[in-house]
Design a protein around this ligand. Sequence first.
Ligand code: CP
Length: 316
Amino acid sequence: MKKFLSCHDAGDFQSLIAQALEFKKNPLKSVHLGQGKRMGLLFLNPSMRTRLSTEIAAKNLGMDVIVFNVGQDGWAFEFEDEAIMSGTTVEHVKDAAPILGKYFDVLGIRTFPSLKNKQDDYSELYINQFIKYAGVPVVSLESATLHPLQSLADLITINENYTEKRKPKIVLTWAPHVKALPQCVANSFSQWINAWGGADFTIAHPEDYELDPQFTNGATITHNQDEALRDADFIYVKNWSTYQDYGKIYCNDPEWMLTTEKIATTRNAKVMHCLPVRRNVELSDEILDSTSSIVTQQAVNRIWAAQAVLAELLKK
Ligand code: CP
C-alpha cells in the first residue's frame, strides 16, 4: 500500500479487517513498526474522531505525530495550477507540499468539497495536488468525495456485529439535516459495501438525492424508506446534499428521520452513523440512546481501521 484514498487501495478487505481486530486486542503489538517515522495530520476543516483516532493509531505504531489545523492556523492554500494569486489564497500547494513531504514520512490530509464546483470536487483536486507535490504516502482523512477510513471502520463494525450465515441486509438511508452536507460518507460507504460484496445492499433516499452511480452501482435504490427498512440487519443513517444539481437541499422532509417505530419491521437492526449527528433531526434520541445504536463502537473502531492502514503503509 503506497496511499490510501479509497477502497481500491485497501487490498484484501478481510485481511485488513482481521489486522484491525488484532490491533483492537493488542494495540501495541507493532509498536516498533513506526519508530523513527513522523506523521503529519493536516486538517483543512474541523474534526474530532478522525484527528484523535488517527493520532492514537500512529502513536500505537510508535510514530511521532504532529497535527496541523491548516484551515485555522495555516496560510490559505491555492490548489489551481497557474493561478494568479491576487485574491485570498496565500500559499500554493506546489510550494507547501514538497516541504511537508520533507518534514513527514506519511501525510494524512482532510480536505473538503466546495459543494459549488462538482467537477473540481469530483476530480479530487485538493488531495491529488498534495499527492502530486508531496512525494510521500498520503492517507485520506476524508476528501471531497470519499471517507475511506470511516468506511473501513464501518465494515469492521458490521463484521463484529454479525454472526449469521446468510448475507446481512444493509440499508443506507438519507436523513434530513439543516445544512448542505457532502456526499463523501454515503459515496464511500456505498463503494466499500459494493466492493466487499458480502451484503444485500439497499440505498433509500427522497427523489433528487441520487448519488454518483460510480459508487452506488450494484445496490438496490429506492425512494421508499419503509420498504427499504423491512428485514434490515444494519441501517446506516446519513444526510447528503444533491449530487445532480450539485450541493443543494431540495426535500428536507422530517418524515425521513429514523425513529424506533420505523425500525420495528427490521431484524433488530443495528443503527449506524459516522457522527457528528444532529439529534432529533437525523436520528431520534430514543434510537441513539438504545441498544440498537452502535455509533460509539463505530467511532472507536476508527482507531483500529487507521492503525491497520498505517501498518500496511509502514511495511512498504
Ligand atoms: N466521522 C468523522 O469523520 O468525524 P470527525 O468529523 O469528527 O472526524
